[in-house]
Write a protein that binds this ligand. Structure first.
Ligand code: ATP
Length: 235
């Protein structure tokens, strides 16, 4: 579904990712691991069209999307749920969700259906639907960010550190919902520092270090790899 081939992205003279190859098959959950600054967010920005590749290709469903605008990339079915959430804090929960359906704005029935689905996945958002997004807890804001991304009915969802700053119990719920979203048909590319939880739901992963991929493998392989365990699982 998504293929990064020899992809490099630079900020001025600084190369943030260098010649990476990533393959995401339809229906998979794939995880990008790596410490802060390793290049995961830059990879997402390149896929979303927010940074232009310096070299290499980004193929989505067989077509090159490397030069497309962010809006066209959303229309083709890739939606990023950003780290830091970037909600509209003064707007209500339901208004934030409706903003997420911008690409389907002409189809009111589809929007209604999607909102209902988001409220089923996250009942707390239904309870708080009239509340300002900025008044929600961190975990609830993260749920709203995922819900808002879902409103665009993505084929591929990019999730940048969904567990960051959340209490362990909430993290567990978050990963369960991510798995459910995947089972309902959305392919997921996930960047995480919580390697254990992420590999628990992913089929495979790539480990980034200073802008390059240094290890890759199935989740089982990565979970039993000593260097991965030492660096990201603490065992
Ligand atoms: P994090 O989890 O902290 O976001 P990351 O793995 O996602 O880490 P990136 O944000 O992709 O890493 O950053 C990769 C490198 O590029 C880092 O060295 C970072 O300082 C640098 N970088 C990121 N954004 C910019 C920018 N706009 N201008 C210059 N350098 C940048």
């Amino acid at each position: 579904m998504l293929e990064l081939k020899g992809l490099s992205v630079a900020y001025g003279s600084f190369t943030a990712i260098e010649s990476i190859d990533v393959l995401v098959q339809k229906g998979e959950i794939v995880v990008l691991l790596g410490s802060n600054g390793a290049g995961k967010s830059t990879t997402f920005k390149a896929i979303s069209g927010l940074e232009k590749p310096r070299q290499g290709e980004i193929l989505f469903e067989g077509k090159s999307i490397g030069g497309r605008s962010p809006g066209r990339i959303v229309e083709s079915g890739i939606v990023q749920c950003a780290e830091g959430r970037k909600l509209f804090p003064k707007m209500s929960v339901s208004e934030n969700l409706i903003m997420g359906a911008y690409v389907h704005r002409k189809n009111k029935k589809a929007i209604k259906h999607s909102i209902k689905h988001v409220y089923e996945l996250f009942p707390i958002l239904y309870e708080k639907k009239e509340n300002a997004a900025g008044s929600l807890s961190g975990g609830q804001q993260q749920m709203l960010a995922i819900g808002r991304a879902l409103m665009a009915k993505p084929k591929l969802m990019l999730l940048d550190e969904p567990s960051i700053g959340l209490a362990p119990l909430i993290v567990e719920q978050m990963f369960e919902v991510i798995q459910q979203i995947n089972e309902e048909g959305t392919t997921i590319l996930l960047a995480e520092q919580n390697a254990n939880a992420a590999l628990g739901i992913a089929s495979k992963g790539y480990v980034f270090e200073s802008g390059s991929i240094v290890v890759q493998g199935t989740s089982e392989e990565l979970l039993s790899d000593d260097s991965v365990r030492k660096a990201y699982i603490g065992a």
